[in-house]
Structure formats: C-alpha cells, structure tokens
Design a protein around this ligand. Structure first.
Ligand SMILES: Cc1ncc(COP(=O)(O)O)c(C=O)c1O
Length: 372
C-alpha cells in the first residue's frame, strides 16, 4: 500500500477547527446531531462490552437489511463507517495493475484507495456541461474484459447528481456482461434522495456491492457506523475476513445506539428531509438572484458543486482567503475533488438556516474582494 493523505482530509473543517469557521458550508452531511436531540435512550450501563458478532449486531443488520430488497441480514457486514467499507472492498478485489473504472469527481477515498494499491485507476468522468449526467454508452466502451471494478457513487458527492433505478439496473447488466467485473455503489447518501431512494444495488445482483453509513443522512459521523453488502457468498467470506483482520468486530456501544436510531427512522427522517428541502430552496433562490456563480441543481443529497461563471475575472486564491479570513466562511474547494478551484462544493444541509444565508452572502462578498 502507498498511503497518502488527501487534500479533503488535510483541509477538512475538523482539521481546521470548527471554532475557526463561522459559516460552515463545507460539510457533506446533515447537521451534526447528538443522540439526545433525537430523543434516543443513551443508557448502556448494563451493556456487556464483549467481542460482538463479527458481522455486526444481528439487530442492527436486521434494521439495515429491512431497507434493502432481497438482502438477508446475514449478508450485511457492519463497519466503522463507509470509509473502511470502501477500503475493505478495494483491498479484497484489487491488486497492483488491475483495471478499475472510478467515477470522477468523487469522494476522494473511492479514487485514492485503488491508487494506493497501485491498481490501474481510470477515471470515468462526469461533466458540468452534461449536467453531471452519466453516459452509459461511455461506461460500456470503457469497460475492458479484464476490468475488475466499476465504482460509482449515487447520490453523488460532490455534485448532488442522481441516476434513476432504470439506469442503475442497466449498469448492473453492463457489469454482468463483463466476466471479471463487479459494480461498487457507494450509497452513503441513499436515504437523502428527494423522491424514492435507489434500490440497494447489492439486492439487484450478486455482482453488485453496496456501501453505506449513518454519517450523512442522520448527521452522525461520530457514531462510526457503516456497512457493506454483497450477496456473493465467496466474496462475502473474503470481505468478512478483511473486517476480522482489521477490526475483529465493531464497537458494541456504537452498534447499540445505531439500532436505536434506525428503529426510530420513521420519526427521525421526515424533519431532516424538510430542512434539506427548505435549504435547497434558499440556495436555488440565491443562485437565481446573482450572476457570479452558476450550478447544476442537485437532484439528491445536501451538496452541490457551483462554479464561477467567468473564472478569468477573479483571483480564485484570493477568493478562498477572503472567504475564510474576512468572511468566516468555508466551502470545499475544487481541488478536493481534482476539479478546477473555480468550482467548490457547497454543503447546504449542515449549516443552520441563518448560517447558510450568511455563508451565501459571504460567497458574493469574497468574490467582490477577489475581482480582478
Ligand atoms: C461518498 C462517500 N462515501 C463514504 C464516505 C465516508 O463516510 P463515513 O466513513 O463517515 O461513513 C463519505 C464521507 O464524506 C462520502 O462522501
């Protein structure tokens, strides 16, 4: 492995210090929450802190499988967030030189772990000009007989792009036509769909692997609960072996809390979705009322990737410096995603409503400061 820290981790708001940011529009999750705010019973005094089930608490796996058609609880492997699940999948499937097709831009780990394994990582680009759409014919053309993995993320980070269930089913078919290939779908934002969520990909095919977590939808990244699902029993055994070598089992306390939260999903999710819809409306209105920035409106999730309409008219470095140092506002600059720095990820689900409004005002003020 050739480990390398990525810009998004080095420059993350938590690395900078939350206290140094007044208006945090850099996050990709719903607002960070406490268990108390969700009205969850936090009593664990009697909980025996033994090694748990290596796959994860059976009650938790049941909750996860209940949301995934054709997936049995014994096909779910709980991990400490989606990030280690992605690591496990990449290390279980890829060796040096293996061809892997990864959607780009993307959450950095989806590209970085295959790179760290010295796999041949080919970017499957999606572009602003195409409305961040995924061209399935292009996927067909880029897959090779030896391709080991096609890796996509939906709802998409950092653009908020989405595909429909038909496209997902078509992708599964494309991958199934390639004997060596598997489809990895990073479904970390799945429950943040604006309409019906996509089917859990692992339920559609034994060649598809699903990864998700509780970090983004529930605003609980500190809980460190994620999972991966494969219905291929041989691969499932390998994935479990990887988990056992890294973690043995998960945290009994985290898993117990996760069960309690997912059991209350029906009560917890509607207000989250309402807030997100309201915040999306605020950004939509703001975008429409100014001429400095443009975006493709997100179709799911809590993030989008706006850009300067006329980047040549601004000093982009000065823009980011002014944005943080003069206006206390932080966004995810394009280089976090191997994109031009004249674009940036804007997170509208994490900040409080006033903070979001102030942050949007700050973007225009910093652009004025950076005008050439
Ligand atoms: C698409 C995607 N996958 C996975 C992760 C990892 O999140 P976690 O490990 O907290 O579940 C993130 C975090 O930003 C993400 O955006």
């Amino acid at each position: 492995m050739r480990y390398r820290r990525t810009a998004i981790e080095i420059e993350a708001p938590e690395s900078l210090g939350y206290d140094s940011i007044a208006n945090n529009l850099a996050e990709s999750s719903f607002a960070d929450m406490s268990l108390g705010e969700y009205g969850i019973d936090t009593e664990v005094g009697e909980l025996l802190l033994q090694y748990g089930d290596h796959r994860g608490d059976p009650a938790l796996r049941e909750q996860i499988a209940a949301d995934a058609e054709a997936v049995a609880p014994d096909r779910v492997i709980v991990t400490a967030g989606a990030a280690p699940a992605l690591f496990i999948v990449a290390t279980a499937l890829l060796e040096s030189g293996d061809h892997v097709l990864v959607q780009e831009p993307n959450y950095a780990t989806n590209l970085e772990t295959p790179r760290a394994l010295a796999a041949e990582v080919e970017a499957l680009p999606i572009r602003y000009e195409d409305g961040w759409g995924l061209d399935l014919d292009r996927v067909r053309a880029m897959l090779r007989p030896q391709t080991r993995l096609l890796s996509i993320t939906y709802p998409h980070n950092p653009t908020g792009a989405m595909i429909d269930a038909e496209a997902l089913i078509e992708l599964v078919g494309i991958v199934e036509a390639h004997p060596m290939a598997r489809l990895l779908v990073d479904e970390t934002y799945r429950e943040l769909a604006y309409g019906d969520p996509l089917p859990v990909a692992a339920g559609l095919s034994t060649r598809a692997i699903s990864v998700s977590s509780m970090s983004k939808t529930y605003g609980l990244p500190g809980l460190r609960i994620g999972w991966l699902i494969s219905r291929d029993s041989e691969l499932d055994e390998t994935l479990l072996a990887a988990k056992e070598q890294i973690l043995i089992c998960g945290s009994a306390i985290d898993e117990t809390m996760a069960v309690r939260i997912l059991a209350a999903r029906g009560r917890i999710l509607p207000p989250i979705r309402e807030t997100i819809a309201e915040h999306l409306g605020i950004v939509r209105e703001w975008i429409g009322a100014q001429e400095v920035f443009e975006w493709v409106e997100p179709q799911a999730g809590v993030i989008g990737l706006p850009r300067f309409r006329a980047p040549g008219e601004y000093d982009v470095d000065r823009f980011y410096t002014a944005l943080l140092e003069r206006h206390g506002t932080y966004v995810g600059p394009g280089h976090w995603f191997d994109q031009p720095r004249s674009s940036f990820r804007l997170g509208f689900g994490w900040p409080a409503t006033d903070e979001l409004r102030r942050g949007l005002g700050a973007l225009l003020a910093a652009a004025a400061d950076a005008r050439l």
